[in-house]
Structures are given as C-alpha cells and as structure tokens.
Ligand binder design. Structure first.
Ligand code: 13P
Ligand code: SF4
Length: 314
C-alpha cells in the first residue's frame, strides 16, 4: 500500500505533495470555488462557480470529494452524490446569506402563498432546498425564472438582490426574501462611480448579489465563472470587478496581460478563506469533517436541484 509523504509542519510545498499523494490514495478529487485562496485553486482538480462545482461533483468517479468552498456547496455535493464521502476541511466555513433563512420560516411563508413556485438560490441549507420547488444559481437564475409557467407567482429565497435582478430581466412578479450577501450588498454605487471615473475604458462586471443601484452601473452581470469567461473573450485590456477578491487570482492567471481592478478592495469573504492547505491534508488523513445530508431531506432537496439541472440540459 502507498504511503502519503509526511510533510514537515509549515512547509507549503511538502504539504502540497502530501495532499497530492493522499488524493491518489483515497481516490479523491479536490474541488475549489473561484474565491478560495490561490494555493488551493492551484492544487484543485477543478475550480468553478457554484453551478460548475455541483455538476463536477455529480459527474466524478472518485470515492471522495474534498470540497473547498462553504458549507452549502459541500451539502449540494452530498445531495447529488449520496454514495460519496464529501469532506469540508473546515466545518464552520459557512455562508451568512444562507443562514438568513430557515426551513421553518420558509414553510410559514409558503402557507401564505400556496400557489407560488418557490425558487431557492443554491446558497441555502439542504433543509431549505427540501422545502423549495427548484433551485437556481447566479449563472442560471434567468433561465430558471423563465421556466416557471407565466400564470404562477414566484417566491424567491434568500437573496433580495438576485431576486430583484431576475425581476428586472424577466418582468415576472417575484416576491422575495430579505436576505443578502454582506460582502456584495456592501458595495456602494458611489464607490463604483469613483473607480469608473478613474478607469473610464474599463467595463464594470458585477455579480448579481450586488444591490440594484450597483447593478444599474454594470456593463455585464455574471456569475463568478461568467466573469472569467467574459474577460477571456473580451478585447478590452482592463476590467472593474464587482465581486469577492478571490476571483482576482484566476482572472490574472488566465489573462496575465490584462488588468483587473477591484470595485472595492474590501470585498473579502472570510468564510471562503477559512480552509488552508494544512486543513485539507488533515481532512484527507482523518477523512473528516464529513458533510452528509440525511436521507429524508436529501431526497426532497435533490428534486429541487435536479429540476434546475434539467432546465440547463434542455
Ligand atoms: P457563484 O455561483 O457565481 O460562484 O457565486 C457563489 C457565491 O457565493 C457568490 O458570493
Ligand atoms: Fe456567502 Fe457572500 Fe461569502 Fe458568497 S461571498 S459565500 S454569498 S457570504
């Protein structure tokens, strides 16, 4: 049997080699969100936005998925891959927006709107997904909203900004929860105007979790991977980036000759930086902490996630 190299504490290169060995030994893959620290993105088998990572998780032959992101992402992998071991190297890497709604609160709201189709952002707990009709991500929210029969009212949770963006693009009557991402919601229109003035030729690319006032200033509104794809194909040389700072690493790596200017250098998600290489190594050595969604919730949550995936394959 193969032995993983034991890394001297604090030597990042050796920790990295040890992680590579452990991944092979355990038939594991490492998935990382576009906001994760550079060293993690560089060692990952795949990086992506929430949608891409869910799809990767559902397609892999690996026995183990090391999920470097936040809790709802690891849960989504568990919902789609009940037979795999899903490791989230730091258990309390969460998403404050996902915590802004509970299943009980959604059940209560649904009882007030019995005809509504409930669309929940993937940034929700498995319990909330289980009480929802369909999920969406920042990459497919418009398609998901347009898939709902036109006579049906819609209730969207938990992101008020994503919901207002979807309402403005589809013209649909959407009631929404009052949740938000503290990092994106804090980006102010006057700050964006200041950066735009300093870089008049740079298009402003914003994530749909930003406020309506900020999105009104955007040249393009896209998921994290949507921003990556757009900048790769654009003829422009400089871009103002309205999302979490972690994305600057893959942007600069893929486009070394282009310039990326943060709309606000304070757009930092602490939860996305909780995992480091030592935590990944430890998770693979101990096969913990594991995220596993219980059967009852999983089956109902999976229906909501699969309805979303089915729309994309149409
Ligand atoms: P993406 O799906 O666009 O990567 O967004 C996830 C997220 O948490 C944004 O804050
Ligand atoms: Fe949640 Fe916002 Fe962090 Fe994304 S950036 S994980 S939405 S808190």
């Amino acid at each position: 049997m193969m032995n993983a190299r034991t890394a001297k504490q604090g030597n990042p290169e050796e920790v990295m080699e040890s992680i590579k060995d452990l991944l092979k030994m355990k038939n594991a893959i490492l998935l990382a969100h576009n906001y994760e620290p550079p060293a993690i993105q560089d060692i990952a088998d795949s990086c992506g936005d929430s949608l891409e990572l869910s799809i990767k998780a559902s397609q892999t032959d690996a026995d183990v998925i090391v999920f470097c992101g936040v809790h709802f992402m690891a849960e989504t992998a568990s919902i789609l891959c009940p037979d795999k071991i899903i490791l989230l190297p730091v258990e309390n890497a969460g998403c404050p927006m996902a915590d802004m709604i509970t299943a009980d609160a959604l059940i209560k709201k649904r009882s007030e709107m019995p005809d509504a189709v409930v669309i929940s952002y993937v940034n929700t707990s498995a319990e909330v997904k289980a009480e929802s009709d369909i999920c969406c991500t920042s990459a497919n929210v418009i398609q998901v909203v347009n898939s709902v029969p036109s006579e049906k009212p819609i209730l969207m949770t938990p992101d008020k900004n994503l919901a207002q963006y979807a309402r403005s693009r589809t013209g649909r009557d959407i009631t929404y929860w009052s949740g938000y991402c503290p990092i994106h919601n804090n980006l102010r229109a006057d700050q964006v105007l200041k950066v735009k003035k300093a870089h008049p030729d740079a298009p402003f690319l914003a994530h749909p979790e930003c406020s309506p006032e900020v999105l009104a200033l955007a040249d393009e509104i896209k998921s994290t991977s949507g921003i990556l794809a757009y900048t790769a194909h654009s003829g422009k040389q400089a871009f103002i980036i309205g999302t979490e700072l972690g994305i600057l690493h893959p942007l600069s790596k893929a486009n070394p000759e282009k310039t990326f200017i943060p709309a606000d250098p304070g757009m930092f998600c602490p939860d996305m930086k909780k995992i480091g290489l030592p935590e990944i190594q430890h998770a693979l050595e101990t096969m913990s902490p594991e995220v596993r969604v219980g059967q009852d919730i999983r089956i109902r949550a999976r229906a909501a996630v699969e309805r979303m995936l089915a729309i994309l394959s149409k």
